[in-house]
Design a protein around this ligand. Structure first.
Ligand code: ZN
Length: 308
């Protein structure tokens, strides 16, 4: 039987069922838009079935540089809550999108605006910002989501934002936040124990994105493939770095999926080190499905590299 031949009496009933499948009856989902997939993963943990979450940047994209597609504007227009990493990570694209969203609620200072970096202990805050030296972040290194402990602070910021835009859900958000905190505490113990073999291991990183992960897992970043953040290396710089890596016995080059593989592979060949690709964000690698998997998978890859 084709749909068009359904008895007309049945059609409203089916339409009603379809509407119910999308949301809990009597309550529209709180629309949350986040800049990154990490924030989205945490928002889902805290918001549960009261929220519908969309991330703008895909997990395999470089969050510094995102194409501000007009299709995101539609999502922002309808958003109840907007969550950003902050510390100028998204400065190249998020303010433009927000400015064009025609949704005052989610602008900085609005009830629906969350800067997830509130309360984070910032690392590498420059004493005098000097942008001529490359992509220097004036408020400190913005890659703080790569310390899993910071996930708890992010979750608290998001829970507070959700409670502002959806007061009847406040108790549910509080409970989910506490559950997330417990799960995170248990994982932090597990990760600290597993990371023991990484203590003091020297590594070179493509971009300056691992200062928070370094602090948590105990390895030591001794150099960068980028001479300055956001600036690609010359052939001469790569050769000199390779020499320095041999001198210091650096065996690992940390990469993300979106950096230049060719440069990393050349450096590996010249230095005798191996390239280890880490997920920069949730969904940055296919197996990284949530915030916990981000660290399970990255830790596993780091451990496999130092074992060899
Ligand atoms: Zn950066």
């Amino acid at each position: 039987m084709r749909c068009s031949s359904l008895p007309s009496l049945l059609r409203p009933a089916i339409a009603g069922l379809l509407a119910l499948a999308g949301a809990t009856p009597g309550r529209a989902a709180v629309e949350v838009v986040t800049t990154t997939t990490d924030l989205a993963a945490i928002a889902r943990e805290v918001g549960g079935d009261r929220v519908r979450v969309t991330a703008i940047a895909a997990g395999y994209q470089d969050p510094h540089f995102v194409d501000a597609k007009p299709s995101y504007l539609l999502k922002l227009q309808r958003a109840d809550l907007f969550v950003q990493v902050g510390l100028e990570l998204e400065i190249g694209w998020a303010p433009t999108l927000l400015g064009n969203s025609r949704n005052a609620k989610i602008l900085p200072g609005g009830v629906g605006f969350v800067d997830a970096s509130q309360g984070i202990t910032r690392l590498q805050v420059p004493s005098a910002a000097d942008r001529s030296a490359g992509d220097i972040h004036a408020y400190g290194n913005p890659h703080y989501w790569l310390d899993p402990a910071n996930g708890g602070i992010v979750a608290a910021n998001i829970a507070a934002g959700l409670a502002r835009v959806d007061p009847p859900g406040a108790a549910a958000y509080d409970a989910a936040l506490a559950a997330f905190g417990n799960k995170l505490d248990a994982a932090l113990h597990r990760w600290s124990a597993a990371a023991q073999p990484l203590a003091g291991v020297p590594v070179v990183a493509y971009h300056n994105s691992y200062v928070y992960l370094e602090q948590r897992f105990g390895f030591r970043v001794v150099g960068f493939v980028e001479p300055k953040p956001g600036i690609p290396p010359s052939g001469r710089y790569v050769a000199e770095l390779a020499e320095e890596m041999r001198r210091q016995g650096v065996k690992v080059i940390l990469m993300s999926t979106f950096y230049d593989q060719k440069t990393a592979n050349l450096l590996a060949k010249l230095s005798g080190a191996r390239v280890v690709t880490l997920a920069n964000s949730v969904e940055g690698l296919p197996e990284v499905k949530d915030f916990f998997a981000l660290f399970d998978v990255n830790l596993e890859r780091l451990l496999a590299a130092v074992k060899e």
